[in-house]
Design a protein around this ligand. Structure first.
Ligand code: ADQ
Length: 425
């Protein structure tokens, strides 16, 4: 994979993730307890032996830069490996990036300098495990100008994606970016074939189209153009992406057993966490006995920034003659530094250094770093951003009408508490 240069697009504003993107770009949004969203594509790169990576930043990039510098300083310059954080530089005039393709055009010299055979373009905000090596083999077998990774989505949600039509040889014969009336798949009218925003380009084709056109966006301009004028192929993600992982899977009457990935789960799992509901859902997919997205695989590890904090602890809290409370967390992700002291956590994803106090109950929630949940609090179906000390007896997520007065409540009824809403007294 030495001759593949990877570009991770990490510049999007992520407006639909507000208030989580108030102070940070979407790829820097914390995810899964100890990760940021960008850790997922980066882990896939390292696991696929891709070690030449450019990360294009634009909007509110500082926490992303900090995270990459602290957590991903693992590439060996001596071996020719790199992870370069590329800031917008106005190299072609006064404009900042005008779109995804324009961001690559403005940095074309970085590709020319590297002279890779292929350029892999990824988004910094998708949750999935993908072996880009299999993707590359398919691209070369088809001798494609560009290969787009695709998967079936419900037609009802398909307007959010680029939608493709393919022939029997998997050549893309039609492509519409976010169409109002998405074309159904011929063999299943309830589904459409959606672009995952993951592209592998033959380098000279990418250079030519960016130099000769003024196209600004991959999905809107470049892919439709290559479908018309070139040779664009569809990679059927669910059919080919078999990850050789080793995941603990719970088998009734046996217990956990390590096995190669369950092909109905991780290998075909892909989520674009573009909205708050999708973000909450993707976090919930990490919890439970056999999660839909399994972080415990040993051969396809997801790397994040590991911090020097003590292990999580679960403690009895004694209250004089009152009944003892046992701190518990069930079907949840509980990282280092957490103290579950006489409270109960269920189906939730906590981050580093969360404290849950006595009689508090946290259900189906995402709770980020440095949050303290006061005694007797009830938190349900909520996203609590960092640095909040929630006073005793607070209820969040139990009364959407009341919550709406103070917070964003999503269409699905998830209450989102911004960073620092409840400052330390
Ligand atoms: P969207 O996700 O809507 O659709 P877009 O907003 O262009 O596409 O974002 C793609 C990625 O590029 C994101 O990671 C974003 O952060 C980043 N990005 C956006 N603008 C950028 C800029 N100016 N500079 C650097 N990075 C930037 C795309 C495709 C669809 C496809 C979906 C799948 O266009 O065809 O179906 O992805 O999620």
């Amino acid at each position: 994979m030495k001759d593949v240069l990877t570009i991770i697009m990490a510049g999007g504003r992520g407006e639909r993730l507000l208030p989580l993107t108030r102070d940070r770009c979407k790829p820097a949004v914390p995810f899964g307890g100890i990760y940021r969203l960008i850790d997922i594509p980066l882990s896939n790169c390292v696991n696929s032996q891709l070690y030449k990576i450019l990360v294009f930043t634009q909007y509110k990039s500082q926490s992303l830069v900090d995270h990459l510098e602290d957590g991903w300083n693992i590439f060996s310059g001596a071996l020719g490996h790199f992870l370069r954080i590329v800031a917008p530089q106005q190299r072609l005039g006064e404009d900042w990036y005008r779109g995804t393709a324009d961001s690559v055009r403005q940095n074309l010299y970085l590709i020319e300098r590297e002279r890779p055979k292929h350029v892999l373009i990824l988004s910094g905000d998708h949750v999935y495990k993908m072996d880009y090596g299999i993707f590359r083999r398919f691209h070369e077998e088809k001798d494609a100008d560009v290969t787009v990774s695709l998967l079936e989505v419900d037609r009802a949600t398909a307007s959010a994606f680029g939608i493709a039509q393919v022939d029997a040889d998997l050549k893309i014969c039609g492509f519409q970016e976010k169409p109002a009336d998405p074309t159904p798949m011929p063999d299943d009218p309830r589904k459409s074939l959606a672009s995952m925003g993951i592209y592998l380009f033959r380098t000279e084709v990418l250079l030519r189209v960016l130099k000769e056109s003024r196209y600004e966006d991959f999905g809107r301009d470049i892919i439709p153009w290559l479908v018309r004028e070139g040779n664009a192929y569809a990679y059927p993600y669910r059919r080919y992406n078999h990850i050789k992982d080793d995941v603990p899977v719970y088998v009734p009457s046996v217990g956990y057993r390590f096995q190669r990935e369950d092909p109905t789960r991780d290998s075909s799992y892909w989520r674009d966490v573009g909205s708050l509901d999708a973000y909450w859902n993707a976090n919930m997919d990490l919890t439970g006995l056999n999660p839909f997205f399994n972080l415990y695989g040993r051969r396809w590890p997801i790397r994040g920034l590991t911090r020097q904090v003590p292990p999580a602890k679960f403690v009895f809290a004694r209250h004089g003659s009152e009944k003892q409370r046992v701190g518990t967390a069930l079907d949840s992700v509980v990282p280092h530094g957490c103290i579950i002291s006489g409270g109960v956590v269920r189906n939730s994803v906590l981050s580093y250094n969360v404290i849950v106090n006595s009689w508090a109950e946290v259900d189906e929630s995402v709770v980020m770093d440095n949050v303290e949940v006061g005694r007797r609090c009830r938190i349900k179906k909520a996203i609590i951003d960092k640095d909040n000390v929630i006073p005793p007896d607070t209820q969040i997520g139990l009364n959407p009408a009341e919550d709406r007065k103070h917070f964003v409540v999503t269409p699905r009824g998830i209450t989102v508490v911004p960073r620092g809403t409840f400052p330390r007294a």
